[in-house]
Design a binder for this molecule. Structure first.
Ligand code: AP5
Ligand code: MG
Length: 196
């Protein structure tokens, strides 16, 4: 299996690039934000609970998200690999993911982090908010809150993967195609030396 994490702040292009990468490499796209939004639109108890956090730009509790990831993983037996988008977002989630990888006798091959300035991120998210229907996009205060949560709770996850030398920063500003090319080059190199 080849498992990849696409890391980066809100609006950095994780979803946009994931769509292309899963197609190219035959991976399963595991977007925790996407799964949570699906629960919300189906009005499940999990969705109703999660919405309270998401509407305020806060993280959904770790145990909820980890449970969701575990069951999604089990629903895709035989997958060539997973692309994790928006997960892990806390060190506790990263540790839970390590446990899951060990249990499944696989590992995280690479963490790719999209780097984008805050000014550009706000611009992208407010722009998307005009059409996305995402309640966390159309209010600048909620967007700023998402960045603060990213700084405080999610950026330590980068250090977690730097320590094990799996972390690669990628310039996330430029055209979608340019960024995709840079991601692909890094993935191809990692794939050539990855065995399990
Ligand atoms: P989630 O859905 O993960 O959202 P996010 O991380 O805040 O990021 P976005 O999806 O907004 O941005 P993105 O990086 O995917 O960029 P995109 O490609 O869309 O999480 C939402 C909420 O769910 C969280 O706040 C939390 O409450 C909860 N949640 C999710 N996961 C969780 C977890 N693990 N634990 C706890 N809670 C969790 O691009 C953004 C925009 O920019 C688009 O309009 C796009 O078209 C545009 N764009 C993309 N690339 C470019 C480019 N190169 N140039 C110009 N524009 C571009
Ligand atoms: Mg996204």
């Amino acid at each position: 299996m080849f498992n990849l994490i696409l890391f980066g702040p809100p609006g950095s292009g994780k979803g946009t690039q994931s769509e292309r990468l899963v197609e190219k490499y035959g991976l399963i796209h595991l977007s925790t934000g996407g799964l949570l939004r699906e629960e919300i639109s189906n009005k499940t108890p999990l969705g109703i609970e999660a919405k309270k956090f998401m509407d305020h730009g806060q993280l959904v509790p770790d145990e909820v998200v980890i449970g969701m990831v575990d069951s999604y993983f089990d629903q895709h037996k035989g997958a060539a690999g997973f692309l994790f988008d928006g997960f892990p977002r806390t060190v506790a989630q990263a540790k839970a993911l390590d446990r899951l990888m060990t249990l499944k006798k696989t590992d995280i091959a690479l963490v790719l982090a999209l780097e984008v300035s805050e000014g550009e991120l706000v611009k992208r998210l407010l722009n998307r908010g005009k059409t996305s229907g995402r309640s966390d996009d159309n209010n600048e205060e909620v967007i700023r809150k998402r960045f603060a949560v990213y700084m405080n709770e999610t950026s330590p996850v980068a250090d977690y993967y730097k320590r094990v030398k799996k972390f690669k920063a990628i310039q996330g500003e430029g055209s979608v195609g340019e960024i995709y090319t840079a991601l692909r080059q890094t993935i191809d190199k990692a794939m050539a030396s990855h065995h399990n």
